[in-house]
Design a binder for this molecule. Sequence first.
Ligand code: SAM
Length: 182
Amino acid sequence: MKNIVILRLGHRPQRDKRITTHVGLTARAFGAEGMLLASDDPKLSNNLLDVAQRWGGDFYVKNNVSWKSEIKKWKDEGGKVCHLSMYGVNLPDAVPEIKECEKLMIVVGAEKVPFEIYEMADWNVAVGNQPHSEVAALAVTLDRIAEVDPLGAEFHGGELTVVPMECGKQVIDHRQTEQGSE
Ligand code: SAM
């Protein structure tokens, strides 16, 4: 798998800001290149971009996209679309096919998803056929379809890096390191 982008549908700025932020953070942390937000919430998009800048990597967020145009464009460019829904086929049955594609858009909803999405998707995939959360569904999917373990990913060019340790918290602030070395 080369390019993975997340399409977030149905985001309601007042109600969903925390969970949509978590969708974006999870997408970035588990290997997606960006998130398309099919709602207008520039504050949320900017917050996510701010995190990406501080913690490294090239994650992007596109605010207020038209989901239909983005899906059509993606498919015209040869991309495939996987819609996550508890009503779909169970993820383990779809993983081998999904892993073969080079460009994947993963669609997650908030409120009720338009039926057209089910028809436009190449796969409607359930992460188990029980209701839970788009954040959980996305994390499990990105982990299962990954060619390289996403937990080993390195994010370059950021301002902050965690130093993993058994007890305690240590973060390198590269801005201070750079100033200190001048
Ligand atoms: N009530 C909404 C509907 O019927 O479309 C879904 C609400 S659910 C909390 C929000 C999103 O979480 C869904 O659109 C789907 O993307 C994801 N989701 C929840 N449970 C899932 C599951 N078991 N498998 C895959 N995705 C799931």
